[in-house]
Design a binder for this molecule. Structure first.
Ligand code: RIB
Ligand code: CA
Length: 312
């Protein structure tokens, strides 16, 4: 089975993603690392412990990652979307905490990469600070990452935290530029362009809630999360779960290779991801960007429900 590491800022949709990763038969979840983002690091770390505990995965080492971005601190979190507890105001529904963290995220990730006998998939579903730091401090381990799957960015539909920027990239644009533009690890980006199409409705959430205790807890986050992620329709995006589905089942999402740029200025476009479609000189670094065109959106929703349901 493919070794998998998840770097995460739980986070409601992160909770869906971690549940999917913990149960996916195609992968072996070797580590979870918590990073600041939706809420502060202490809370994302506690939530990661709670999720691993609820999923019966106390065997998975938890690493504590970055508390803030590389360069310019951002005070804005996303408690308005994920609730002050980061889990839709129902954190207690996810049960008691799992084991204490095993150490610092970079050390936990480095241990997994060093010990792996096959390429590791690294799924990054929060700000990219930990990934940027890992690649900067341990370039020797980059070749052990077979694939990086990132939830983030928006290349054509505008942002969710500013006119152009998506929250994960906006939270640390310098880290995002390092990872998406400067590094060379094979990368798939799952942007808002797709996650705002693969939304789930009340019927889907009801089916999930009826599937068992994990599905019930996940669905219970809806009221707070839906208000925060208001898309003007009675549906919610579970961004990170879509990215993890691609991580555990490569090729589920249709992708196009694009040369990307990330705005790291301090102006109104800060954190915006630009796709350069000019087809410049061959050999330029491209990222496989997931797009709705060619993705079986209904099939993705069904797969998410099947994988997240306790007994489905
Ligand atoms: O913009 C959506 C992303 O930002 C998701 O990863 C969500 O959890 C938040 O981190
Ligand atoms: Ca997230």
């Amino acid at each position: 089975m493919t070794p998998l590491i998840v770097d995460t800022d739980p986070g409601v949709d992160d909770a869906y993603a971690i549940a999917l990763a913990a149960r996916a038969s195609e992968v072996e979840l070797r580590a979870v690392t918590a990073v600041f983002g939706n809420v502060d690091l202490a809370t994302t770390t506690t939530n990661a412990r709670r999720l691993l505990g609820m999923l019966g995965r106390g065997d998975v080492p938890l690493g504590v990652g970055a508390e803030r971005p590389l360069i310019h601190p951002t005070t804005q979190r996303a408690a308005d979307v994920h609730g002050d507890d980061g889990l839709g105001g129902v954190a207690e529904r996810f049960g008691p905490l799992g084991p204490e963290p095993a150490g610092r995220a970079l050390d936990v990730i480095a241990d997994v990469l060093s010990a792996a006998t096959e390429p590791v998939v690294l799924a990054a579903i929060g700000p990219l600070t930990d990934v940027a730091l890992l690649l900067a401090t341990r370039p020797d381990l980059a070749e052990r990452i077979g694939r990086l799957v990132v939830m983030g960015g928006s290349i054509g539909i505008g942002g969710n935290v500013s006119a152009g920027a998506e929250f994960n990239v906006w939270s640390d644009p310098e880290a995002a530029r390092r990872v998406l533009v400067e590094e060379r690890v094979p990368t798939t980006l799952v942007p808002l362009d797709l996650t705002h199409v693969v939304t789930v409705d009340r019927a889907w959430l009801s089916a999930l809630a009826a599937s068992g205790p994990v599905g019930e807890a996940l669905a219970a986050t809806r009221d707070v999360y839906a208000r925060g992620e208001a898309l003007g329709v009675d549906r919610v995006p579970i961004h990170d779960a879509v990215a993890l589905l691609e991580a555990v089942a490569p090729g589920t999402l249709a992708t196009v290779p694009l040369e990307l740029e990330v705005d790291t200025s301090l102006g109104p476009a800060r954190g915006t991801v630009l796709a350069d479609r000019r087809g410049r000189a061959p050999g330029g670094r491209t990222v496989d960007v997931a797009v709705p065109d060619g993705t079986d959106v209904d099939g993705v929703r069904a797969a998410l429900l099947r994988r997240l349901g306790d007994h489905m």
